[in-house]
Design a protein around this ligand. Structure first.
Ligand code: PMP
Length: 522
C-alpha cells in the first residue's frame, strides 16, 4: 500500500526513510506540513498530473514528458529527490546556484520572512547593502565614475531585467538625440543588434530580440524591423567555421555587427544597443572568439549605442575563470579591460538561489538619462527584504565556500573526462565552454557534423530513466548536452555523471528504442 511520508509519496517505507535527510536536515523545515499545505501534500502523483493538465495550460512545458514527468519534492546540494524517494544527480540547474536547499540560504530567507516582507518604497538595509555588494562585483571603469556599473534596479526575473535594460537604452538614446537637436523628417528607428538563436526573455520587448523563440514557434516569427540579427559566432559549425584561427573568426563574425551599425546609421536610424550574452546559453554554449566582443562594442559605441550584457545564465562565477561571461573572451594581452565593460548588465536566475530576484546594473550616465525623463520606477515585489536576504545569502555562501573556484576545478575535470570519452566514441563532435558552463555536441559524422539530434534526446532520456541523472539539451539542432550544475557539484558527481554518460553512448546502437522513447523536452 502506498504511504505518505513528509513531502514524499512512497510506495515502500524503507525507500522513503532512506531519503528522509533530504527533506529536513539542516533546513529547519519540519517534517509535518502546515495545515494549509496538507491537502496539496496528500495528492497522489496521478492526481497532481490530472489537476495540472486540466487547470494549467499545456504551453507550460514539462521536462521529460516523454518518459513520464518528474515530481520533484526534495533537494539537497546537487541532488534532487522525486515523490517516490528516488535520488537524481542534477547537472542542469543553474538557478539553485549554491545547491538545492542550502541550509544557510534557507535560514536567511526564513529569518527575514518571519520578521517582515514588504516593498522597496520603505528603506531597508537588505536592499541597500545588496545593491552595494552587487555593484562591487564589477571592475570600475577607467573612463571614470559616470561609466562605472554602480546603479542597481531590482526586478523579479531575467525577462524583466532585459526588458528594463532595453528601456534604459532607449531613454539614453533619446537624450543623446535631444542634445544634438536632431530634427528629422522621419522618426528614426531605434535599433537593437541581437545575435541569432539568442534568448533574452518572454515579454513582448524581449521576444522581439530573441530569435531562438522565433524558430521555436511563438506569435512572433521573426525579428521586427528595428531589430538587426547577426550570425552567432560559432567556431564549430557556424557560417565561418572554416576559419584558420580565433582571430580570423573574430574578424569574420564581428564584421556583421560593424556592417549592421553602418547600415543602421546610413539609413538615418540610430543604434540603441548591442545585446549579447558573453557565453550564449540556449544557442548551445557558444563562447565567442577572443576579442569578438570588444570589436563589436567598439563599433556599437562609435555609432552611439550601448552594450548590454545578459548575464542571466552565466553570471556569478559560473564560468570559473571569471565572475562574468563578458570578461571571458577579453584578450589577456591587452590590459584595457574597459573595452568590454558593459553599459548595462542583467542578472537573474542564480541571484536568489531560487527566489525570484533579478537586477539591472548600469552606469550613472545611463541611469541619469532615465531619471531625467521623470520616471518613477516601482515594481511591487522587486527588492523585497526576503528576496534581498536570499541575494545577500547567496553571495555570502558563494564567496565563503569559494564556489567559483570549485566551478573552475571540477569544470576542468569534467572537460578532461569528456575528452577521454570523446577519444573512445565517435558521437562527441565538440566539447566546449568553461567551468560549469559546458556544451557537449553530439554528431553522427565527424566530417559532415550531421547533428545527432535524436540520439541526444535518447541519451538524456536514458540518463534520467536508467541512471537517474538530469541533463539539459540546447543548440540550434538540439544536439548539445548543456552542463550547468549547481556550483557545489563535486569531483565525485563529475565522475558519476561522465561514467553514466559513456554507458548511454554505448547503448546508442540500440537505435530502435529511439522512437519508442520519443523526444525529451528537457
Ligand atoms: N536571458 C537568458 C540568457 C536566459 O537564459 C533567460 C531564461 N532562460 C532569460 C533571459 C529570461 O529569464 P527568466 O526566465 O527569469 O525571465
Amino acid at each position: 500500500m502506498a504511504l505518505f511520508i513528509g513531502r514524499r509519496y512512497c510506495s515502500k517505507m524503507p525507500l522513503a526513510s532512506q531519503h528522509q535527510r533530504f527533506c529536513c536536515v539542516g533546513t529547519g523545515a519540519s517534517n509535518q506540513p502546515p495545515e494549509s499545505l496538507k491537502e496539496a501534500e496528500s495528492l497522489a502523483p496521478d492526481q497532481v498530473e490530472t489537476l495540472r493538465s486540466i487547470y494549467m495550460s499545456s504551453s507550460c512545458s514539462i521536462s521529460y514528458k516523454n518518459t513520464g514527468g518528474l515530481q520533484i519534492t526534495g533537494g539537497r546540494g546537487s541532488r534532487l529527490i522525486d515523490v517516490y524517494g528516488n535520488e537524481y544527480l542534477d547537472t542542469r540547474n543553474n538557478v539553485a546556484h549554491c545547491g538545492h536547499g542550502h541550509p544557510e540560504i534557507v535560514e536567511a530567507i526564513t529569518y527575514q520572512m518571519k520578521l517582515l516582507n514588504t516593498n522597496s518604497r520603505y528603506l531597508h538595509p537588505n536592499a541597500s547593502l545588496l545593491s552595494q555588494k552587487l555593484s562591487n562585483l564589477f571592475p570600475s571603469s577607467s573612463r571614470g565614475d559616470a561609466d562605472s556599473l554602480t546603479k542597481v534596479f531590482f526586478v523579479n526575473s531575467g525577462s524583466e531585467a532585459n526588458d528594463l535594460a532595453l528601456r534604459l537604452a532607449r531613454a539614453y538614446n533619446k537624450k543623446q538625440q535631444n542634445k544634438l537637436h536632431l530634427q528629422k523628417d522621419k522618426q528614426p528607428k531605434q535599433c537593437i543588434i541581437t545575435i541569432d538563436h539568442a534568448y533574452h526573455g518572454h515579454t513582448l520587448a524581449t521576444l522581439d530580440v530573441s530569435p531562438y523563440k522565433h524558430h521555436q514557434g511563438t506569435e512572433i516569427t521573426e525579428c521586427p524591423a528595428y531589430v538587426k540579427r547577426v550570425p552567432y559566432p560559432d567556431m564549430y559549425r557556424g557560417v565561418h567555421s572554416n576559419c584558420k584561427d580565433e582571430s580570423e573568426a573574430t574578424e569574420q563574425y564581428s564584421a556583421y555587427v560593424e556592417d549592421a551599425c553602418q547600415e543602421i546609421t546610413l539609413n538615418g536610424d540610430t543604434v540603441n544597443a548591442f545585446l549579447m550574452e558573453g557565453g550564449m546559453s540556449v544557442a548551445g554554449v557558444i563562447l565567442p572568439p577572443k576579442s569578438y566582443i570588444s570589436r563589436c562594442v567598439r563599433a556599437v559605441r562609435d555609432a552611439g549605442g550601448l552594450y548590454i550584457a545578459d548575464e542571466v545564465q552565466t553570471g556569478f562565477g559560473r564560468l570559473g575563470k571569471c565572475t562574468w561571461a563578458f570578461e571571458y573572451s577579453n584578450d589577456d594581452s591587452d590590459d584595457d579591460d574597459d573595452k568590454v565593460l558593459p553599459d548595462i548588465v542583467t542578472v537573474g536566475k542564480p541571484f536568489g538561489n531560487g527566489m525570484p530576484i533579478a537586477a539591472v546594473i548600469t552606469t550613472p550616465k545611463v541611469a541619469s538619462a532615465f531619471e531625467s525623463l521623470g520616471v518613477e520606477y516601482f515594481n511591487t515585489f522587486a527588492a523585497s527584504p526576503v528576496c534581498c536576504a536570499a541575494g545577500l545569502s547567496m553571495l555570502h555562501v558563494l564567496s565563503k565556500h569559494e564556489l567559483q573556484n570549485n566551478a573552475l576545478e571540477v569544470g576542468s575535470l569534467l572537460m578532461k573526462l569528456f575528452s577521454e570519452v570523446k577519444a573512445r566514441h565517435g558521437w562527441i563532435g565538440d566539447i566546449r565552454g568553461s567551468g560549469f558552463f559546458l556544451g557537449i555536441e553530439l554528431v553522427r559524422n565527424q566530417q559532415t557534423l550531421e547533428p545527432a539530434t535524436e540520439e541526444t534526446s535518447f541519451v538524456c532520456s536514458v540518463l534520467k530513466e536508467k541512471y537517474r541523472v538530469l541533463t539539459s539539451i540546447d543548440g540550434f539542432h538540439e544536439n548539445v548536452v548543456v552542463v550547468k550544475p549547481p556550483m557545489v557539484f563535486t569531483k565525485e558527481d563529475a565522475v558519476e555523471f561522465v561514467t553514466c554518460f559513456e554507458k548511454c553512448l554505448i547503448d546508442l546502437p540500440a537505435i530502435d528504442k529511439l522512437h519508442q522513447l520519443g523526444k525529451t523536452p528537457t
